[in-house]
Design a protein around this ligand. Structure first.
Ligand code: ADP
Length: 161
């Protein structure tokens, strides 16, 4: 039984995240989407809202579970019996930070490997931050997030659906 953890803020979930989740299900028997609860960043959606959005989106994938986690990622991965951490690489700009993080996590726990995956090209420019900015300004994000996330964003920004 091979388990992978896919950690992140998911504030909110985008089609780029979903693309990675789907790819991960083809490689691992079980994929746990780990939503970081204690964020130093000020999230737009609270952990419960983020959890509900991810849960709804992953319903078609039977091998995917969604959980919150606090504290050190490698400790959480070990506790869940995971052999891998999934991270996304969209562009060269992601590389430096992700490289540092992966090597640090390896130092902390040699037993957990970090696996990098690339999304479909059309999602390489997608980030939760940019989605929030566009949605806040009333732009159309329908090609970048699931419908229920689009609705949640409109609600959050007090826009009529
Ligand atoms: P974090 O706060 O850790 O950056 P995010 O929720 O933004 O969390 O992203 C979680 C992971 O998903 C990160 O590895 C990030 O690089 C990856 N990711 C985010 N958006 C995309 C995308 N459009 N395509 C591929 N990977 C992505």
């Amino acid at each position: 039984m091979r388990t992978a953890i896919y950690p992140g803020s998911f504030d909110p979930l985008t089609n780029g995240h979903l693309d990675l989740i789907e790819r991960a299900t083809k490689l691992f028997d079980r994929v746990i989407v780990g939503i970081a609860r204690n964020e130093s960043k000020q999230p737009l959606f609270d952990p419960k809202e983020r959890m509900a959005m991810v849960q709804e989106a992953v319903t078609p994938y039977k091998s995917v579970a969604v959980e919150w986690f606090d504290g050190l990622l490698v400790n959480y991965a070990e506790k869940q019996g995971a052999c891998a951490i999934i991270r996304g690489l969209r562009a060269v700009s992601d590389f430096e930070f992700e490289f540092q993080l992966a090597l640090m996590n390896r130092k902390l726990n040699e037993r957990v490997e970090t696996i990098f995956m690339m999304p479909r090209e059309t999602y390489t420019f997608l980030s939760s931050r940019i989605i929030k900015e566009i949605a806040h300004l009333g732009g159309d994000v329908s090609s970048f997030v699931p419908v229920h996330v689009q609705v949640a964003l409109k609600k959050k920004f007090g826009q009529t659906t």
